[in-house]
Design a protein around this ligand. Structure first.
Ligand code: DOR
Ligand code: ZN
Length: 348
C-alpha cells in the first residue's frame, strides 16, 4: 500500500467550461471560480445570448469587474452559435482575441438555448471557417427530438450529429463537453487528436440514483442528466487514465435555490466553490493522484493551444465542510456536496 501524501502541489488549474451568469449573480459567484482557477472558458448562454464580438467583450469587462481585487483570473470568451452566425464575425472575434472558441447548443437542449442551432447544416460555413483558422468548437452533445428518451440523448447525438461532423471536418478542434456516457468515452477514445472532452465533478461522483432515490433531488439535476452507474465508472476511468483528451470542465451552473426547488426546476449544479476538492477526491479514490495535474492543468491548455500556467497551488489533505447553502449576490444557491465533508482543501 502506498501512503497518500499530505499535500499536492500542482500548476494552477483552469476550468474549461463554466457558467458565470450576469448582473448580481455574476457578482455573487465570480470569486469562487477565480479563487480556484487561473482561466475559464465562459459559456455564452445569457439572456440574450452572447452572439457578437461587442457583446462578448462587454461581458468580459463585467466579469473582470466582478473578480475580487488581487486575484488573477482570465475569462476566455465564447460565441453562442445560431443558425445565422456570420463566419466573418467569428473570425474577427477570434483574431482580436475576444472569442477563444464558439459554442454549439442544439436549439432547446438546455438553459437559454432557444436561439441555438436547429440543424448543424445551418452552421456549415461557420464551422468550415473555424476549422480553417484553428478556432475550437465547444459542443453540448444532446439531441432534442421529443421522441428520444432524455437518458439516450447524448448517445443519439454522437450517432446522428457528432460522428458525421468529425468525419466531414476532421481538422476542426472539437470539445465534446460534459460527457456523461460510456458511449461518449468510446467515441472520444476512438477519434483523432482534434477531439477532446471535458468531464464535470458531478458526473464523476453521482449516477441517476442520486437524483431519484428517496425523493426527487433537484440539486442533483443538470444537463446532460447523470446516467447509470456503468457510465459513471467509464467517466472515472477516462478522467483518471492520463489520456491527453480529457480535461477539467466543471459546468458550474448556479441557479437560485427557489428556481431549482420548483415544480419545473432548472438544470444546473453549482460546484465552483469546492470544484478542485471534489475532483481530487475522485482521483484519490481511483489511485490516480499523480495524474491529477494533467487533467486539471495541462491537457486543457494543450488542447486549446494556450500556454500552461506557471503559478502553483497547494491542495492539503485535510477535511473541509461544504456549507448547506451559499449567499450569491441577492440570492441563495445550494452548492454541490452541500452538507458533506470533503477530504482535500485548496490552500488560500
Ligand atoms: O445543467 C446545465 N445547466 N446544463 C447546461 O447545459 C446549461 C446549464 C445552465 O446554464 O444552467
Ligand atoms: Zn454548461
Amino acid at each position: 500500500m502506498t501512503d497518500t501524501p499530505e499535500s499536492l502541489i500542482i500548476r494552477r488549474p483552469d476550468d474549461w467550461h463554466v457558467h458565470l451568469r450576469d448582473g448580481e449573480l455574476l457578482r455573487g459567484v465570480a470569486a469562487f471560480t477565480a479563487h480556484q482557477f487561473a482561466r475559464a472558458i465562459v459559456m455564452p448562454n445569457l439572456s440574450p445570448p452572447v452572439t457578437t464580438v461587442d457583446a462578448a467583450s462587454g461581458y468580459r469587462d463585467r466579469i473582470l469587474a466582478a473578480v475580487p481585487e488581487g486575484v488573477s483570473f482570465t475569462p476566455l470568451m465564447t460565441c453562442y452559435l445560431t443558425d445565422h452566425t456570420s463566419p466573418d464575425e467569428l473570425e474577427r472575434g477570434h483574431r482580436e482575441g475576444v472569442f477563444t472558441a464558439a459554442k454549439l447548443y442544439p436549439a432547446n437542449a438546455t438553459t437559454n438555448s432557444a436561439q441555438g442551432v436547429t440543424d448543424v447544416a445551418n452552421i456549415g460555413k461557420a464551422l468550415e471557417r473555424m476549422a480553417a483558422i484553428g478556432m475550437p468548437l465547444c459542443v453540448h452533445g444532446e439531441v432534442t427530438d421529443a421522441e428520444i428518451d432524455v437518458f439516450d440523448r447524448e448517445k443519439v447525438f454522437i450517432d446522428r450529429v457528432l460522428a458525421p461532423l468529425v468525419r466531414e471536418l476532421p481538422e476542426l478542434k472539437v470539445i465534446f463537453e460534459h460527457i456523461t456516457t460510456r458511449d461518449a468515452v468510446q467515441f472520444v477514445d476512438d477519434a483523432g487528436d482534434d477531439v477532446g472532452a471535458t468531464i464535470t465533478p458531478q458526473h464523476l461522483h453521482i449516477n441517476r440514483n442520486a437524483m431519484l432515490v428517496g425523493g426527487i433531488r433537484p440539486h442533483a439535476y443538470c444537463l446532460p442528466v447523470a446516467k447509470r452507474e456503468e457510465h459513471r465508472l467509464a467517466l472515472r476511468k477516462a478522467a483518471t487514465s492520463g489520456s491527453a483528451k480529457y480535461f477539467l470542465g466543471t459546468d458550474s451552473a448556479p441557479h437560485a435555490r427557489h428556481a431549482k426547488e420548483s415544480g419545473c426546476g432548472c438544470a444546473g449544479i453549482f460546484n465552483a466553490p469546492f470544484a478542485l476538492e471534489s475532483y481530487l477526491q475522485v482521483f484519490e479514490e481511483e489511485g490516480a493522484l499523480d495524474r491529477f495535474e494533467r487533467f486539471a492543468s495541462e491537457n486543457g491548455p494543450r488542447f486549446y493551444g494556450l500556454p500552461l500556467n506557471e503559478e502553483r497551488i497547494t491542495l492539503e489533505r485535510t477535511s473541509v465542510d461544504v456549507p448547506a447553502e451559499i449567499d450569491a449576490g441577492d440570492t441563495t444557491v445550494v452548492p454541490f456536496h452541500a452538507g458533506e465533508m470533503l477530504r482535500w482543501r485548496l490552500r488560500r
